[in-house]
Design a protein around this ligand. Structure first.
Ligand code: SF4
Ligand code: SF4
Length: 361
């Protein structure tokens, strides 16, 4: 049985996993869990569902896309209806029967797990719960892999996460060459370790010391950072009317790459399709960088210009989200958008500019 992340009273523990036993163990877990993890192909490394004979590439450096699609697929069937008028319930939309059996994401980077916690603030609120996202979240075990050598685009430590951040993880693995040291953080993580047959206990104090050493070493390698300390004190209007947006947006080609690769971007569009006697409603990733995203049926578009769209993306991530939830900015510092933008628009520069901006009277 998969236990909820919210269950309290669990005492975390440490185990070691000999790498010679890793593949056998995770294969054993397949009786209960669908597995997802990093897989390399000609397009780089992606987090994908692992077929029976496929194993995660735990030596990967970084993934082009994050694990957000495990809970929020790029295309997801959400409703269906029969168009067969001989049936009593024809044209009545019903929830699509998606697979919510237990799943584990292996080797998720700590900043990507934290990103899922930020997305949760939007999909799982007091007033409204997105049933598709929440059902997927509830059955998912997040098995993180600490980052021993962060890359040059990583600025995670300055935005409240980091290479060994534990937030929203069920297990955190540290790669020790011939073995993994695993910190089991939740009952969900415990159940997964048991399903794998991983049960070699490690000394708690020594293991924690080792984790702390690895974390400090990794954090020392992060040379990139952003300043966010003054964002909260600025008014929305002040930042909205700042003079730098035109220059910043000038080179943007509205390709949307920055939003698709971002683990915290959640915009989507709804599309209906009919095939013979069946109708389906799909939810697809969308991007606020596209002019179509906000175009009304009347033809009016409240964000018809490029500068409006670029400003919206950064204002949402760095100001609206911060003001609304008081949980930091909507960015975990993974650096994917910086690395992927074809015209070198860099959220670190934008963030620093917004943070430093003082309105001139
Ligand atoms: S990746 Fe760069 S060019 Fe493409 S939409 Fe984002 S900011 Fe604009
Ligand atoms: S905004 Fe850029 S750096 Fe921040 S989480 Fe998204 S992709 Fe990563």
């Amino acid at each position: 049985m998969i236990l909820s992340n919210k269950q309290k009273g669990y005492t975390m523990k440490f185990i070691t996993i000999d790498k010679n036993n890793w593949t056998k163990g995770i294969d054993k877990s397949r009786k209960t869990y669908q597995l997802f993890g990093p897989v390399k192909d000609e397009n780089g490394c992606l987090i994908k569902k692992l077929d029976q004979d496929v194993h995660p590439d735990m030596g990967y450096y970084e993934s082009v896309m994050s694990a957000k699609s495990v809970l929020f697929p790029q295309t997801e069937k959400i409703l269906f209806a029969s168009l067969d008028e001989s049936l009593e319930d024809h044209h009545i939309m019903k929830r699509a029967e998606n697979d919510y059996s237990p799943r584990a994401v292996l080797g998720i980077r700590p900043y990507d797990a934290k990103a899922i916690a930020l997305v949760k603030l939007n999909f799982d609120t007091k007033e409204f719960q997105d049933p598709y996202w929440c059902d997927a979240y509830d059955v998912t075990v997040f098995v993180g892999l600490g980052i021993n050598k962060p890359g040059p685009f990583d600025f995670s430590t300055s935005v409240g996460t980091g290479p060994f951040c534990e937030e929203n993880l069920d297990i955190l693995l540290a790669d020790l060459d011939d073995k993994y040291l695993a910190k089991i953080l939740t009952p969900k993580g415990d159940a997964f370790a048991i399903a794998c047959g991983f049960d070699t206990m490690a000394d708690e104090k020594e293991s924690q010391v080792l984790f702390d050493i690895l974390r400090k070493e990794a954090e020392k390698n992060i040379a990139s950072n952003v300043e966010i300390n003054k964002l909260k004190d600025k008014t929305i209007l002040e930042l909205h009317e700042a003079p730098f947006w035109d220059d910043m947006a000038f080179s943007c080609i509205n390709c949307g790459t920055c939003t698709y690769v971002c683990p915290t971007c959640w915009c989507f569009d709804i599309q209906d399709e009919a095939r013979q006697k069946q109708a389906f409603r799909f939810r697809n990733w969308d991007t606020c960088m596209s002019p179509l995203f906000t175009r009304h049926a009347t033809g009016h578009n409240p964000r018809s210009t490029k500068v409006q769209r670029v400003r919206q993306r950064f204002m949402h991530k760095l100001k609206y989200f911060l003001d609304k939830y008081d949980q930091g900015i909507m960015c975990v510092g993974c650096g994917r958008c910086v690395k992927s933008c074809p015209v070198n628009i860099d959220i670190r520069e934008v963030c620093n500019m917004m943070n430093a901006y003082e309105k001139q009277d």
